[in-house]
Design a protein around this ligand. Structure first.
Ligand SMILES: NC(=O)c1ccc[n+]([C@@H]2O[C@H](COP(=O)([O-])OP(=O)(O)OC[C@H]3O[C@@H](n4cnc5c(N)ncnc54)[C@H](OP(=O)(O)O)[C@@H]3O)[C@@H](O)[C@H]2O)c1
Length: 305
């Protein structure tokens, strides 16, 4: 496994993390198996959100932590808040109450990282800054980040914070590349030039912000995995070919494609299958060449200007 530094916390996190959004419905033994498979591969990072399974995913994970008290110190737990009925809410009271709910469901006294899940159009950076100070001073949250933010929104929020934004968690897979496309198509009339993230990847690189990629195997917005999908025939041919070359599965090549981008990258996989976790972890051993990286990008249906 490879590890990257998580902001200035002094902690190292694995470049692959387990997203727990799909944990609802698993038995406690199955949750144990997911955690064990991850740890055995060197994966020490777990991503949650208060809304996953309406709190049930955090509750199940908390039950697993309670069964094995030695687990908590071995792992890095991140959760997210701010999505609520029909709105996004960055008010201080809502953030503080959300964290209390998260901690109680997980049965832990602190989160290693808290992300604001989606940008709130009504955000007041100073108010968020106060909430973060309160959470940090009480020891409830060690580090902070955002999700689905563009560069300008991060700059705006950062202006009110006394802590650095450590993470931006964004949708990114080889079949979902608007953040890459806009950079490659600058100033052309091609569709790829449409600015959907405003140079967010470049901003993260400049500020050592970890780019966590969500839905790393999905096409569209939760439309299913592209692995083996006939509408991604060319992509799958190249994934399979490189998988053979590196002696890993095509999933590992798809993750390695994300990890090859030269930011602090962290892939958040949503698999709840221990065998798929083992296969995913092999991505950390693969370093794609520039030729292979571009070949995959083109095979996914993209053209270079
Ligand atoms: N910040 C945000 O707004 C946001 C939004 C969505 C998600 N997320 C985070 O990102 C995480 C990942 O999202 P996701 O679950 O959509 O990502 P994903 O990993 O792209 O998709 C997960 C799906 O892929 C399947 N899968 C995984 N490996 C496979 C393989 N080798 N072969 C075939 N199928 C495979 C899984 O099934 P199996 O379980 O059978 O492997 C599961 O159904 C979430 O858990 C959550 O933590 C964040």
């Amino acid at each position: 496994m490879r590890y990257i530094e998580f902001g200035k916390t002094g902690r190292k996190v694995s470049v692959l993390g387990i997203g727990c959004m799909r944990m609802e419905g698993l038995s406690l033994n199955q949750v144990d198996d997911v955690i064990k498979a991850a740890l055995d591969c060197g994966i020490n990072f777990f991503d949650h959100a208060d809304i996953y399974g309406d709190g049930e995913c955090e509750r199940l994970f908390g039950a697993a932590l309670a069964r094995d008290k030695s687990l908590r110190d071995k792992i890095f737990i991140q959760s997210k808040c701010s999505i609520r009925d029909g709105m996004y809410d960055f008010s201080k009271d809502y953030i503080l109450a959300s964290v209390d709910g998260i901690l109680s469901r997980l049965g832990t006294d602190h989160l290693d990282s808290l992300l604001l899940h989606r940008p709130d159009a009504l955000m007041e950076p100073e108010e968020v800054g106060e909430a973060f100070c309160t959470l940090h001073e009480s020891g409830k949250v060690k580090a902070f980040g955002v999700s689905n933010f563009n560069r300008h929104q991060m700059e705006l929020l950062q202006s009110g914070l006394s802590f650095p934004i450590c993470v931006d968690q964004m949708q990114m897979s080889i079949a979902h590349t608007p953040m890459i496309d806009e950079g490659l198509n600058v100033n052309t009339m091609f569709d790829g030039a449409v600015v959907r993230s405003s140079g967010t990847l470049e901003y993260c690189r400049l500020h050592s912000i970890i780019v966590q990629t969500w839905s790393p195997l999905q096409k569209g917005f939760f439309e299913g995995v592209f692995l083996g999908d006939p509408s991604y025939e060319k992509l799958n041919i190249v994934l399979d070919m490189l998988a053979g070359e590196y002696g890993v599965g095509p999933d590992a090549i798809a993750y390695a494609w994300l990890l090859r981008y030269p930011a602090r990258m962290q892939v958040i996989t949503g698999t709840m299958n221990p065998l798929h976790i083992v296969s995913a972890a092999k991505a950390a051993q693969v370093y794609l060449s520039r030729e292979q990286w571009y070949e995959l990008y083109r095979a996914a249906g993209n053209e270079l200007p």
